[in-house]
Design a binder for this molecule. Sequence first.
Ligand code: NAD
Length: 457
Amino acid sequence: MNQLLVHNPATAELIATLPADDDSSVADKAQRARAALPGWRAMPVVEREACIARFAALVKAQIEPLAVVMTRETGKPIQMSRNELNGFLGRIDFFLAQIESSVQTETVFDDGGMTEQIEHTPLGLVANISAWNYPWFVGGNVFVPALLTGNVVLYKPSEFATLSGLEMARLLHEAGVPKDVFIPLVGGGAVGAALMEQDIDGLFFTGSYATGARIARILGPRMVKMQLELGGKDPTYVCEDADVNNAAASLADGAMYNTGQSCCSVERIYVHESIYDAFVAHFVETVKGFKIGDPMDNDTYIGAITRAPQLDVLDAQVADALAKGATLLCGGKRLKGPGLGYAPTVFSDVNHSMELMREESFGPIIGIQKVANDEEAVQLMNDTRYGLTAGVFTPNRTRAEKLLAQINAGSVYWNCCDRVSPRLPWSGHGDSGMGLTLSTYGIQTFTRPKAWHLRKP
Ligand code: NAD
């Protein structure tokens, strides 16, 4: 039988050995989910809402043990695990408040003889292949609205967040979602690949560009609805009129929160030359104040790097930046084991010849580049194949809006960063992906709009 070994990245300790799926169990689960679809789809939406509301109550009652599970398998600092679970409950509240108005049939024309209506019908069997860095957020962005809108879900959590994924399944089932309506799959890339082979009606993926591109190549010819939420290289520009200390503190948090392992982490900072030195000094001082430690401690801010290969990516970016003339201001090396850790790392004097400013770092490392004016800032911010988020710090809203209107990104921020709202669509441009989650659009995306042309006889 296949097995999945789960290690705690902060201690290297083996914490679970799970029976894993294989091709035949994945096919069996897909058939069971397909068979469960008519019953779930026919259920009145209020009953599906009641299941999700009970699920939310169960999560709320168990935040502490669920946070511990997440922290042990991902190395996320425990307070950030609690924050994620609390934020997840806020997202459920949003979905519950919006579901009925988002999917009710709309009459868009009626002249007495002809009526035109849009009906929002569920996609059917939804496959969700997910990432580990915010397992409750990125999983829930899909399975909560997918279930509410009458879809059945095959959910493959990341192999680095499977214990949390199994907790989601346990609590959904306890809340009354039938076992075959939400089915978790256990395993790594091979299980994700087997899932794509099934007769699915939609594939919702969160993860790296490399995997997303592979999925797109396979699913494209099959005309299966596909959403890909991928990586980023998110820039922020600090104008000369910004409050330097506030901007530095906010951006240090945006770069290092969750040990830099957020899709919308600040990954590049551009600062006007007239405040560059002051900004850099305050930024480094803030970063040096972040407590590195055991993710289980309440005051730990920098936890573990979840996946060992990412340490090689960080080492390579550091070596490349140093070789090309960047100035290392702090960090720049791995933390002593046995767990996986990287010292918070700040570079100044960087430029776009460096990998650090071009490729997603996904760790606690950042480059700060000096710019002469707004034009240069905009040009550099757009000099990327990604386009997830981007921000500007200035007290002048008109200036910020003018700058941000020129930026290719799904989300833009004025005087804030690293922020996701359930009320706003979450999407990427370029290699950051296609499709969206969250907002009312992120409910409708789990439905097909069916056009009804009704002529009275
Ligand atoms: P990953 O691509 O390594 O894995 C993601 C998922 O894909 C996992 O469940 C994995 O098992 C599965 N998978 C791997 N190979 C597969 C294959 N051949 N076929 C099908 N499935 C396969 O990514 P990761 O390390 O889990 O996540 C980190 C990445 O996710 C970062 O790039 C980050 O920016 C991105 N991310 C994006 C968002 C967003 O909203 N845009 C949110 C979170 C994370």
